[in-house]
Design a protein around this ligand. Structure first.
Ligand code: ATP
Length: 364
């Protein structure tokens, strides 16, 4: 057994944020500590302020020290940020997660969707149990590129701009193809669908053209295309036909909420924001003001995001135990739900944050 002296120390910046963010983070960190006990790695968690409440108190949403800590850490674990009543003077919401994506170059928003055993299916078709797809959302440009820098002219006309660059598209397409290659080795079909609106927008035709160019480099993976509207329809008709999907920022934002809904709700949907140097792991959901402070938040999405963090750290560090523990954590989540007795509030049940975390912990 490896002793604590030789264990690889991993610095994790924890940005819990607003609303249910701290609740789901508090449920997740002890599980990571439990896994790290006697493992050849250990975590050093450090919490840092950011978000809407912090903005209200200080006038700063993302302090430079917090950004520096996320940059210096091995990975960032993120809860949720934003609060409807706290806004910038121009009326936009506080969303430091968007700044972090740009600052840390987190261009690939990875949003897996697979139903957990024992969960009620949203689609009546029995094949819905086989949904196992990953949406890759380009996270640094697209329709979010200018964010709040769009223009309103004379209270008459508003414009936002879609930005698609060659460099941004190449790296996100390559990411999607590499992911499909790795998934193929684990028995997945091994195809990537470029989701766009290339029949209408030049920016989207450019995105697709670069997708086709990059596909040549990944002969083991099948490259497919679909329009965003047709894909939305497919998500109701045959989502089990999809493996990896890659798309522009705004389409990805919408599509990944849809796929989260397909497999059980926001509290079930994990995500990772990955770049070449840094990565941040967070649930797909926001701060959920309607249920904040009530102990009703489902921490499953954050716990599954933490499993994604372990997997990513395994690849970065070469510490195999991290990959094994990612699997252990995922299996503990599956086992907790498999009996059918665990039912989160968001799915009409009576299990809150603590009960769900405890059920998962007991299966570790
Ligand atoms: P954002 O735009 O910041 O991502 P949002 O507007 O999509 O946020 P959320 O905060 O994700 O909104 O909440 C959407 C709905 O999902 C709310 O009704 C909320 O209560 C519910 N919800 C979100 N996360 C969870 C969770 N972990 N557990 C239970 N319900 C949740």
């Amino acid at each position: 057994m490896t002793t604590a002296n030789t264990a690889r120390v991993l610095d994790i910046a924890v940005l819990a944020g607003d609303g249910i963010g701290p609740e789901v983070i508090d449920a997740t960190v002890p599980l990571l500590e439990k896994l790290a006990h006697d493992a050849p790695y250990t975590f050093r968690f450090a919490s840092h302020p950011a978000g809407a409440r912090h903005y209200k108190a200080t006038g700063i949403a993302l302090p430079p020290e917090t950004l520096a800590a996320a940059r210096a850490a091995d990975a960032t674990l993120f809860g949720a940020m934003g609060w409807p009543e706290i806004r910038y003077p121009d009326g936009t919401e506080i969303a430091p997660q968007l700044d972090l994506r740009v600052e840390l170059g987190l261009y690939a928003g990875v949003r897996p969707a697979r139903p957990l055993p024992g969960m009620p299916q949203q689609l009546a078709d029995p094949r819905a149990a086989n949904i196992d797809l990953v949406v890759i959302r380009e996270s640094t440009e697209g329709l979010f590129a200018l964010r709040d820098k769009g223009t309103v002219t004379d209270d008459r006309e508003a414009r936002d701009t879609m930005v698609i660059t060659r460099a941004g598209s190449e790296r996100v397409h390559d990411f999607a193809f590499r992911l499909a290659e790795r998934r193929k080795q684990r028995g997945h079909p091994g195809h990537v669908t470029c989701v766009d609106k290339a029949n209408v927008f030049r920016s989207m035709a450019f995105f697709r053209k670069i997708f086709d160019e990059r596909a040549q480099r990944f002969p083991a993976v099948q490259a497919r295309h679909n329009y965003i509207d047709a894909t939305a329809l497919d998500m109701i008709r045959k989502p089990w036909d999809y493996d990896v999907l890659v798309t522009e920022n705004m389409f990805g934002d919408i599509l990944s909420d849809l796929t989260a809904g397909l497999v059980g709700g926001m509290g079930m949907a994990p995500s990772a924001d990955i770049g070449d140097e840094h990565a941040l792991f967070q649930p797909c959901h926001g701060s959920a003001p309607d249920i904040a402070g009530q102990g009703r938040a489902n921490p499953t999405a954050t716990i599954l995001s933490a499993a994604m963090m372990l997997d990513w750290l395994a690849e970065r560090t070469g510490v195999d135990a991290l990959a094994q523990d990612a699997l252990r954590l995922e299996r503990a989540v599956d086992a907790a739900y498999a009996s059918g007795r665990l039912k989160p509030f968001e799915l009409g049940g009576r299990d809150g944050t603590g009960a769900i975390a405890a059920a998962i912990a007991s299966n570790l």
